[in-house]
Design a protein around this ligand. Structure first.
Ligand SMILES: *Cc1c(COP(=O)(O)O)cnc(C)c1O
Length: 414
């Protein structure tokens, strides 16, 4: 996905010209209409403030990995920090360095490293490095020694996800190696954390077993003279449902972008005040063409849809190369001028067709078709796509790509 205007200029408090253009009514823009992922930074700020209420007095780390779930890491990070996030979490050191290069000096944690990673750049940029093995710790210690600096280290614990993190048999050896490294002033041990397997099912017994193992791991490290200063577990779902898991920091991602990970029927913890999340990303495209087709004409490859009568169709210039996946063919609906219209026929690489109906005279070329967004006025949402595709909305928002340009908007007084 391209960013048509430098994302870094769209910081909180200042509305850049991209934001002006994105919120200008159709018809008043001077640039040709383009497919857009419009990111509402006011929604990001709102969601962070809401999550802070779920977190109580516990500080919040905003997870902005994968380019802030495809919303743009730098503007989202700035907005989240302004809205009260204390720290930032990303997956890779490169993601962390991008934030530092933009001048963001908040604490940043990074937790997934390829073999052979050179940790020196992260140490020099004062990025907290989570290790998942003795080998990674040794590499961090070596890089710190070569630089003549002290690295800030976290330990990621595998408490039952069997993915990233130090497995139970390695807790003691990693703790001993860490104690030696701390003793040699090669590293400062800051935090210990783990990640849940069943967070979206708040009463699942595995959550409690993971908590117990996490506590056991903390005890092992503490006994060996390396007590963590900061302990954390909670992703969004746990932040919203399990106040008992707050420890010293909560670590939500998805709800910052306005999407709830809780399945229908799973309530969030009670908090005072409004609890609406606001989806931050709207995927839209200008209608390219409106035309009439005769009864019996087939639409798109394979003629999966045939016009029952003479009728009108509109062409949307986005396809599977842009993240409008082919499995949505004949299933998705788009909103144009506040009304929903069904997609018909196959989704192609670059385009798909929607049915306007025989009598529609409203829709014109240049009108904006919303593929998914905040869902206000009954418009389609990323969660709706996830339901159609038997996936999760995380995959929907991170799947937007190709010709879609990213723009930012924010309300005055963010
Ligand atoms: C992605 C991630 C999170 C955030 O998860 P959400 O479900 O998006 O809130 C938190 N912690 C770790 C380690 C992660 O990888």
């Amino acid at each position: 996905m391209s960013i048509s205007h430098p994302a870094v200029s769209a910081g909180p408090g200042g509305v850049d010209d991209a934001a002006d253009r994105a919120s200008a009514p159709v018809g008043e823009t001077t640039t040709p209409a383009a497919p857009l992922a419009t990111i509402d930074l006011s929604a990001i700020a709102h969601n962070v403030r809401l999550l802070r209420r779920y977190a109580g007095d516990t500080p919040l780390m905003a997870v902005v990995k994968a380019d802030a779930y495809n919303h743009g890491a730098v503007p989202v990070a700035r907005t989240a920090l302004t809205a009260g996030a204390r720290e930032l979490g990303v997956t890779t050191i490169d993601e962390a360095l991008e934030l530092r290069a933009a001048g963001i000096d908040a604490p940043i944690l990074t937790w997934l490293h390829a073999p052979g990673t050179d940790f020196a750049a992260a140490i020099a940029a004062d990025i907290e490095i989570a290790v998942s093995s003795r080998e990674q710790l040794a590499a961090v210690v070596a890089a710190a020694g070569a630089l003549g600096r002290t690295a800030t280290v976290a330990v990621k614990i595998d408490s039952g996800l069997s993915r990233n993190g130090v497995p139970v048999d390695e807790w003691a050896p990693v703790a001993d190696a860490l104690a030696a490294a701390v003793g040699a002033a090669a590293v400062t041990f800051r935090s210990i954390f783990t990640h849940l397997a069943h967070a979206d099912d708040p009463h699942h017994p595995v959550i409690d077993s993971q908590r117990q193992r996490f506590d056991d791991a903390i005890a092992v490290f503490t006994e060996r003279g390396v007590a963590p200063a900061v302990r954390h577990i909670s992703n969004t779902a746990a932040t919203m449902t399990r106040p008992d898991l707050r420890y010293d920091l909560v670590r939500p991602g998805i709800a910052i972008y306005g999407l709830s990970p809780l399945p229908p029927g799973i309530p969030a913890s009670p908090i005072d005040g409004p609890t609406d999340l606001r989806p931050a990303m709207t995927l839209s495209a200008p209608v390219s063409l409106v035309k009439e087709i005769a009864a019996g004409e087939g639409v798109s490859y394979g003629h999966m849809w045939t016009a029952p009568t003479r009728t009108r169709v509109a062409l949307i210039p986005l396809g599977y190369a842009d993240g409008v996946v082919r499995a949505l063919g004949g299933r998705l609906e788009v909103a144009i001028n506040g009304r929903r219209y069904p997609g018909i026929g196959r989704i192609c690489m670059d385009q798909f067709v929607v049915h306007l109906g025989p009598t529609d005279t409203e829709v014109r070329a240049g009108d904006t078709a919303v593929l998914f967004g905040a869902g206000i006025d009954g418009g389609p949402t990323a969660a709706e796509w996830a339901g159609l595709l038997d996936t999760i909305h995380y995959e929907v928002i991170t799947g937007v790509r190709g010709r879609v340009e990213r723009r930012y908007r924010e309300d005055a007084g963010l």
